[in-house]
Ligand binder design. Structure first.
Ligand code: IPM
Ligand code: MN
Length: 369
């Protein structure tokens, strides 16, 4: 099998976690006999430094031609004062828009090894296993008119029927493979766009009678996520609410550094961790590579149709944690944190041993509990 991947390490800790992704790709590629055709390109602040734009047209074009795209993170304080259209974040927004990646999946589960590290009590987070389905190419992020002058700033929150329908289908179809529950999160008590969202989602729901649909206002959803998160299965929501709620779920599971994400459109896919470029720890080799590595696992499962490889990576991550490897964001006060490289080596080493059978995956689970 041959697979063409564009690597976009980006800024801050992006290149560090991308190195971890590469180590995992190499190992899994060796095991499953996949030849990866990898091309690395600049995006974000580093691209601005070299080309004066956050992403070049050529890079967008190569991403269009690839099987899939892996992204690290973009942004940093040194580029904060750039004009809006040059900011590193625009690279991400342009990729999402031009590749038509309207559907963003952000799963959150609580790993037993990290339960103690959640800011919530163990009994509250027990059973947390949810998926945020975030609409990614519409809403207030992209609506026009938009702008600002010295007197005012403005954005437009607009959703079309087609945009809401397709993301609703994504959520209902995903719920079928999970616990058959969808919570549609909006602000229909205040916003007309949300009343529209609510009614379109309820129309789409008619094709999925086996799924239970619940409506929830976004302020209540934020509160429920920190007080009773185990009630959720699939959370379906618009672009900006999904952005905010996924930072909350990231923190619930122990660290934002742990969370992966996958973005899909009709013809393209991109995988990236939920965390940002973390400029304060960049360059020290201490970043948590797990969000990035699990994003690679999602790539195997969703884009390459190799669920077995995805599962293998996930199990290896759990095993590394069970064996005591914790980067500083997830280490307790009495634990010595490991480096990005140590965590990566532990995960890659486990993949290798698990596959060769010297460490059966059933034993892994026992270690983890
Ligand atoms: C995310 C990020 C992005 C977003 C930024 C960097 C544009 O916060 O992927 O969650 O707001 O979508
Ligand atoms: Mn975000």
């Amino acid at each position: 099998m041959n697979c063409r991947i564009i690597l976009l390490p980006g800024d801050g800790i992006g290149p560090e976690v991308m190195n971890s992704a590469l180590a995992v790709l190499n190992e899994v590629g060796r095991i499953y006999d996949i030849t990866f055709n990898l091309t690395e390109e600049l995006v974000g602040g580093c691209c601005y430094e070299k080309h004066g734009v956050s992403i070049t047209n050529e890079t967008v074009k190569s991403c269009r031609g690839a099987d899939t795209v892996l992204l690290g993170a973009v942004g940093g304080p040194e580029w904060d004062s750039l004009p809006h259209e040059s900011k590193p974040e625009t690279a991400l927004l342009r990729l999402r828009e031009e590749l038509g990646l309207y559907s963003n999946l952000r799963p959150a589960i609580i790993l037993p090894q990290l339960a103690g590290h959640s800011p919530l009590k163990r009994k509250v987070i027990n059973g947390l296993d949810l998926m945020i389905v975030r609409e990614l190419t519409g809403g207030i992020y992209f609506g026009k008119p938009r702008g600002h002058n010295s007197d005012k700033g403005w954005n437009t929150l607009v959703y079309t029927r087609e945009e809401v329908e397709r993301i609703a289908h994504t959520a209902f179809q995903l719920a079928r493979k999970r616990a058959n529950r969808v919570t549609s999160v909006h602000k229909a008590n205040v916003l007309e766009s949300s009343q529209f969202w609510k009614s379109v989602v309820s129309d789409v729901h008619r094709s999925y009678p086996e799924i239970t649909l619940t409506d929830m206002y976004v302020d209540n959803a934020a509160m429920q996520l920190v007080s009773a998160p185990a009630q959720f299965d699939v959370i379906l929501t618009q672009n900006m609410f999904g952005d905010i709620l996924s930072d909350i779920t990231g923190t619930l599971t122990g660290s934002l550094g742990m969370l992966p994400s996958a973005s899909f459109g009709a013809n393209h896919a991109m995988y990236e961790p939920v965390h940002g470029s973390a400029p304060t720890i960049a360059g020290y080799g201490v970043a948590n590579p797990i969000g990035m590595i699990i994003s690679v696992a999602m790539m195997f499962t969703y884009s390459l149709d190799l669920t077995e490889a995805g599962d293998l990576i996930n199990k290896a991550v759990e095993a590394a944690l069970a064996n005591g490897y914790k980067t500083e964001d997830i280490a307790s006060d009495d634990e010595t944190p490991c480096t990005t490289k140590e965590m990566t080596d532990a995960i890659v080493g486990t993949i290798n041993r698990m596959y060769d059978g010297t460490e059966a995956s059933t034993n892994m689970e026992k270690v983890g509990k």
